[in-house]
Design a protein around this ligand. Structure first.
Ligand SMILES: [Zn+2]
Length: 472
């Protein structure tokens, strides 16, 4: 996600959380494989053991009880608020939001004993692999292999105050401190503030900032690291593939800079070699499973993931939440312009055929319009014109309907009508905009395509997809 827009618009979305208790801040401190591993006073193997505490601050309470969840093999050691122990009760439940399908549900019956709207939860236990939910049993912690955890929806390694099924939302993660035996390196999300080794213990402090609870992933391994230009690649032993990934990413950054908005993008990007099934994209962390990492040259999926994550700041135009263009700009533009750019840099590579790719987008769009369902048979959000998708609905439409198909087809149609040279000129002018409205956008387009006014209206204000706008 692009920092520029976060500060402008996402910040306000913190206040739309419709929850009984509103979590505002997290400060997390965890240790994996501590030498003095013990539970209930008995020493245990430290092989897949962790211990942590999370300070949670609330903006308000308006309930009689307070409930939170953790991975099912963890247990609560104590809950403290303003130096006082808080009473609680825990039970194991079926919890489909954790990879093991088992969760630890903890209830605090008298939240009024919580002082200063803050409490610290101390917890410990194991995170073994499980195939209960899917084949992707890579999520677990193991002293030999490493730490492979995600956040809400996957592996709940810190207390989550969301009932299963409740939507993910953004919270301020002030700090996440991770301790491991030395020679490990850990990646969370956001900014890495410090890394130190003392008494054979490695410790890293990350500042994720305002971020969704599902994006607080935690990966640690005995990694090697290479970096250039704020791009970091964490890998096991294949340095050459890491170098290729860095060159690819640098090439893209240069192209983005010259094609779109001239922003200096200094925010770090972390690319990690992961176990099988570990293809992830969490904020500024991209995981690439080991086989794809080694075949990066020909793996379109990993290239597209990196290209998409990088493109956000270069194709942003500042708008408020209320602006009817907000969805189009925040996730519509970035869902297309990385494709356009990948096509430009991969002329010599046969892995990416832009037109064929767009033809597939068109076919799937037409099918989705007809059936109202996605490829897996899930219901899609209701069809509506591009400019009718509100800021709050971005999450629903992103990666599912309208934003990843109609918007792409629209921007591709402009390219086909203008021709690449004029299109690039048009983009240069477009990304000088300091804000966006219909008239402004229209005047720029008709400067290049004088008769496009009606088509523009069809694309943005209707659901129609007439033959005349199809890919030729
Ligand atoms: Zn995106």
């Amino acid at each position: 996600m692009n920092k520029f827009l976060i500060s402008l618009v996402l910040f306000t979305s913190l206040f739309r959380i419709t929850q009984a208790q509103k979590v505002s801040d997290y400060t997390i401190d965890v240790q994996f494989f501590p030498q003095d591993a013990q539970m209930w006073g008995y020493s245990v193997s430290d092989q897949s053991f962790m211990r942590g505490n999370a300070k949670i601050e609330f903006s308000e309470f308006d309930t009689d009880t307070l409930t939170f969840f953790l991975h099912g093999e963890l247990k609560i050691d104590s809950i403290i608020s303003d130096n006082n122990a808080i009473k609680f009760s825990s039970t194991k439940i079926f919890y489909g939001i954790d990879y093991s399908n088992i969760g630890l549900k903890t209830i605090i019956d008298f939240p009024d004993t919580i002082k200063k709207n803050a409490l610290t939860i101390y917890y410990s236990g194991f995170m073994n692999p499980s195939r209960a939910r899917s084949l992707s049993d890579y999520m677990h912690i193991d002293k030999k292999e490493g730490v492979f955890l995600r956040g809400y929806y996957y592996s709940i390694w810190f207390p989550v105050f969301q009932n299963p099924g409740e939507d993910d939302y953004e919270v301020n993660f002030k700090q996440v401190k991770v301790k491991l035996p030395k020679s490990f390196n850990a990646v969370i999300a956001g900014e890495l503030l410090s890394e130190t080794v003392e008494d054979d213990i490695y410790s890293a402090i990350w500042k994720p900032g305002i971020i969704k609870t599902s994006n607080i992933q935690c990966t640690a391994k005995r990694y090697e690291i290479i970096s250039r230009d704020n791009i970091f690649v964490y890998f096991s032993d294949d340095r050459q593939s890491g170098e290729k990934i860095i060159s690819f990413t640098q090439k893209l950054k240069k192209l983005y800079y010259s094609t779109f908005r001239n922003v200096q993008n200094d925010s770090p990007l972390y690319i990690l070699e992961m176990p099988e099934y570990g293809n992830i994209s969490s904020h500024n962390v991209i995981g690439i499973s080991s086989d794809l990492y080694k075949g990066f040259d020909t793996d379109l999926f990993s290239q597209l993931t990196i290209a998409h994550e990088l493109v956000h700041p270069y194709v942003s135009i500042p708008v408020t939440k209320e602006n009817s263009f907000s969805a189009l700009l925040v996730e519509g533009f970035p869902s297309y312009f990385h494709l356009y750019s990948l096509n430009k840099i991969s002329n010599d590579v046969k892995t990416f055929n832009f037109k064929e790719y767009m033809k597939n987008v068109e076919n799937s769009y037409i099918t989705k319009k007809r059936t109202g369902k996605d490829r897996r048979g899930n219901n899609l959000p209701s069809e509506k014109p591009i400019l009718k998708i509100t800021f709050d609905e971005i999450g629903q439409y992103k990666d599912s309907f309208i934003l990843p198909d109609r918007v792409r087809l629209f921007l591709y149609h402009l390219l086909c009508e203008m021709g690449e040279e004029n299109y690039d000129q048009f983009l240069k002018e477009l990304f000088l905009f300091d804000t966006m409205n219909y008239d402004k956008f229209k005047s720029l387009i008709v400067k290049y395509l004088p008769h496009y006014g009606n088509d523009l209206n069809v694309w943005l204000n209707t659901n129609e997809y007439p033959e005349s706008l199809h890919i030729k």
